[in-house]
Ligand binder design. Structure first.
Ligand SMILES: Nc1ncnc2c1ncn2[C@@H]1O[C@H](COP(=O)(O)OP(=O)(O)O)[C@@H](O)[C@H]1O
Ligand SMILES: [Mg+2]
Length: 213
């Protein structure tokens, strides 16, 4: 059976696509899956993270493979990688449906990170419309939820009320997610057992179940 393709998509920049791509990829390798990353964002943040990871852990120690692609090439590269890997995780650029459409089309599941604010929620609409047009299964993931706050609760309810599938696991706003990536690692490696690490493990498990992995 071909590997599953998980595409991180969200037109709104800064929503957590790259952070989640790296974290989900590492989390899924823990379940013994062979995982490849595919960076379709010309900004190349995920690539920088991966290169830092190679420097920290050595080329053989990253536990992952990494490729880049752009535009329609993403679909072809993702399908090709899915023959050799159990999971392909694709990171996409913001504000470009030309760049992200092929990655959405190729996906087994599109993961849409959304921060629980009204502006982020409005900005998510075009992404959800594109996903609906392609008919790809998808999952909203609430990211950077404030630990305490009426807005988070209200927005989480609004997100769930969209009637769009949303992950039961939400990720908190934790500096440790951001900080962990600097030297090519993830919170699973810099703060194992922490709240944030538990959230990523729970989210990865939820996604793995969703994909029948
Ligand atoms: N759960 C989180 N908690 C704290 N900071 C986060 C979280 N998720 C993402 N960030 C930070 O938010 C910023 C944008 O995240 P990024 O993954 O680059 O988004 P995107 O790829 O969608 O543009 C980065 O500085 C990242 O470190
Ligand atoms: Mg990004």
């Amino acid at each position: 059976m071909a590997g599953r393709i998980i595409t991180l998509a969200q037109q709104k920049g800064g929503s957590g696509k790259t952070t989640l791509a790296a974290h989900l990829a590492v989390a899924l390798t823990r379940g013994q899956a062979r995982v490849a990353l595919l960076d379709c964002d010309p900004q190349g943040s995920l690539g920088e993270w991966f290169e830092a990871r190679e420097e920290s852990l050595g080329e053989a120690g990253t536990g992952l493979d990494f490729r880049t692609a752009s535009g329609w090439g993403a679909r072809r590269e993702a399908r090709s990688l899915s023959r050799d890997y159990d999971v392909v995780v694709i990171d996409t650029p913001p504000k470009s449906d030309i760049e992200s459409r092929p990655a959405i089309e190729a996906a087994s599941l599109v993961v849409v990170p959304v921060q629980p604010t009204p502006i982020d929620l409005w900005a998510t609409q075009p992404t959800l419309e594109m996903i609906a047009k392609e008919g790809t299964p998808s999952l909203l993931v609430i990211n950077r939820a404030a630990a305490r706050g009426a807005l988070t609760v209200e927005m989480s309810e609004a997100i769930r009320a969209l009637g769009h599938p949303a992950a039961a696991t939400q990720l908190g706003n934790r500096l440790a997610f951001a900080a962990s990536m600097g030297d090519g690692r993830t919170i699973l490696e810099t703060a194992p057992g922490s709240k944030g690490a538990q959230e990523i493990e729970a989210l990865a498990a939820e996604i793995a179940r969703n994909l029948g992995l």
